[in-house]
Design a protein. Sequence first.
Length: 152
Amino acid sequence: MHTPRFDETDQQILTLLLVDSRLSLRAIGAEIGLSAPAVRDRVLRLQDLGVIEGFTIRLNSRALGFALEAVLRVEPLPGKLRMVEQILQEMPNITECSVVTGDDCFVARLVLREIGDLDPLLTPLHDIAKTRTSIVHRQPVTPRPPPLDPLR
């Protein structure tokens, strides 16, 4: 895989956008000593390279009424992989899901308003997969971007 070339200015732009993706091009330029058009050109180049995939917000699931978060490991029964994947994609409580190696094919994170919501949520998987659920107690490492220094 080809790693694109980055310089210190690109790293500064990415760092500022990671803190607040709503910063204006003018504000970023003022912070790092570039004009707004120069910042725009660099941001567009980083988007074209696929480094910046989008600009988003982070929601607080607790503030939305979800008191619990869980990790769900799913091992589809033979011949049920695609069916399990489709069901996982259709579950709105799943906030992310990865295909992994090992005994489990899928590892997902999901949010629950209360523990009683778990059984009805997992019911569609009962006949087609083995599931293991762990309730998240705390999260010592929150989602974060990969380190920027190796991008040189």
